[in-house]
Design a protein around this ligand. Structure first.
Ligand SMILES: [Zn+2]
Length: 455
């Protein structure tokens, strides 16, 4: 008897969930045409800001009555807004429109920041290893060369030309004028141009966005009725090439198609957790007058500066000579929802003073995706480290290390050199110049990782 009741109750609940889902889908579409982006004023005494567009998601903060917020998009009756540094979803019921936004229009007309296929407009253009003129050149492109732009930051475009990837100054790239560029060999990986986006309040500007839904269908057309061509997961960084109504045409690796803009982050904010190993009572390894904890911190702080200058948010497990337990370090990265975890250490030869060089560890415990991402990131950072430091390449290795094994984030641990090797310790690890090079290498390896994830 009780069982029967339970069954009927479950059935009723299932029907309710199904019908309310259908209703949400309907109201979401209806709302898109009536809600608009712009400045709104909070009309409740206190308004919760949430992580997702529903009342049960995590609270990120509260807004006071009269606070002006900038709404960039709508998800049903939930507005995605920014108020100072606080960003998140609030119920539209408690917002009053103040002014219309013209920013969406303005950004759509800017051609200098769009991604996709571009043409070199300078007589010759250097392609470089990193985003700046201080990086070494890896090639020269001539006027009219067609390239694929993956991302643009601080006027440096990360591009593909033929089979080579690298950075060029974005100001020497322009939109391709001719409509028939079909016989260009380099265009094989470029998706067909999506239809011109219709003006819409929920339009995100082009660029990198993060998937916010647990699973997100990629479809062949800008319509929920079209065929699904793939699935994205929360945290995937996609490149938005254009938008059509509330649909974004995205590229993610070889996957291309349309997704609902409601499940993409408003900005491509990227977060990295940097973990300078040891600290405080824990010196780590020592040798040649040096302590591991000092080297790790020095390099870690330099990596932070480089990342922050590139617009990447950094979470540090320590910024001074403090002892932090291993699990606390992992928790710091996870609680910040960082994209990846990078631990910096200095090696010890354990009696073998001839041991030298660089090695990077990963751990494949956890999801296959995390394991694969960790292996990739270890490879990128190891390669950059060996290049920049000119040290022996000891390769990437599986490491049964707490901060890697107990971590749900893609994580690596780089050993920047041997403190017990006299030459390596005194000439490189003790030198500010080499610490800068190590930081530069770790930074570039992280950019490599983002480019691999974002394409
Ligand atoms: Zn260590």
């Amino acid at each position: 008897m009780l069982k029967h009741h339970k069954f009927i109750l479950l059935l009723a609940l299932a029907l309710f969930v199904l019908s309310s889902t259908a209703f949400n889908a309907f109201s979401l579409q209806a709302a898109a045409s009536t809600k608009s982006a712009g400045t709104y004023s909070v009309n409740a005494t206190s308004l919760n800001v949430r992580q997702a567009a529903n009342a049960s998601s995590r609270g990120l903060g509260t807004l006071k009555h009269g606070t002006k917020v900038s709404v960039s998009k709508w998800s049903g009756n939930w507005a995605y807004m920014a108020s100072g540094k606080l960003k998140g979803y609030v119920s539209g019921t408690y917002l009053t429109k103040v002014s219309s936004s013209s920013t969406a229009q303005a950004s759509s007309t800017s051609s200098t920041t769009t991604l996709g296929q571009k043409e070199v407009n300078a007589a010759s253009l250097y392609m470089r290893k990193g985003p700046g003129t201080n990086y070494s050149t890896i090639g020269v492109l001539t006027k009219g060369t067609k390239v694929t732009v993956y991302s643009i930051k601080n006027n440096w475009a990360y591009i593909l030309s033929g089979k080579t990837k690298g950075y060029v100054s974005a100001k020497y790239l322009s939109v391709i004028q001719s409509s028939s560029s079909s016989n260009n060999g380099g265009s094989a990986s470029v998706p067909p141009t999506a239809p011109k986006p219709a003006p819409t309040p929920s339009k995100p500007s082009s660029g990198v966005r993060i998937v916010t839904a647990a699973y997100l269908n990629v479809r062949s057309g800008p319509d929920a009725g079209t065929k699904a061509v793939g699935v994205l997961k929360a945290g995937n960084a996609v490149t938005v090439q254009s938008t059509t109504g509330s649909w974004a045409y995205i590229v993610f690796g070889s996957l291309k198609g349309y997704v609902s803009v409601n499940y993409l982050s408003a900005s491509g904010q990227r977060i990295i957790c940097i973990d300078p190993g040891h600290g405080g009572k824990d010196d780590g390894a020592s040798g040649n007058g040096l302590l591991e904890k000092d080297i790790n911190l020095s390099i870690g702080l330099k990596v932070r500066t480089l990342l922050e200058n590139a617009g990447i948010k950094v979470v540090m497990t320590r910024t001074d000579d403090t002892f932090i337990p291993l699990q606390t370090r992992v928790d710091i990265g996870e609680q910040a929802h960082a994209d990846a975890y990078v631990s910096i250490h200095t090696n010890s030869g354990d009696g073998d003073t001839s041991a030298n060089g660089i090695e990077t560890f990963y751990n494949t415990t956890g999801s296959v995706q995390r394991g694969n991402d960790s292996i990739k990131m270890a490879g990128f950072i190891q390669q950059r480290m060996v290049q920049e430091m000119g040290s022996e390449d000891r390769g990437t290795k599986f490491g049964d290390l707490h901060v890697l094994r107990e971590n749900s984030l893609p994580a690596i641990l780089v050993e920047v050199g041997f403190i017990t090797n006299k030459k390596e310790a005194t000439q490189k690890l003790a030198s500010d110049k080499y610490r800068n090079l190590a930081a530069q290498a770790i930074y570039l390896g992280i950019l490599d990782y983002y480019n691999y994830k974002g394409q």
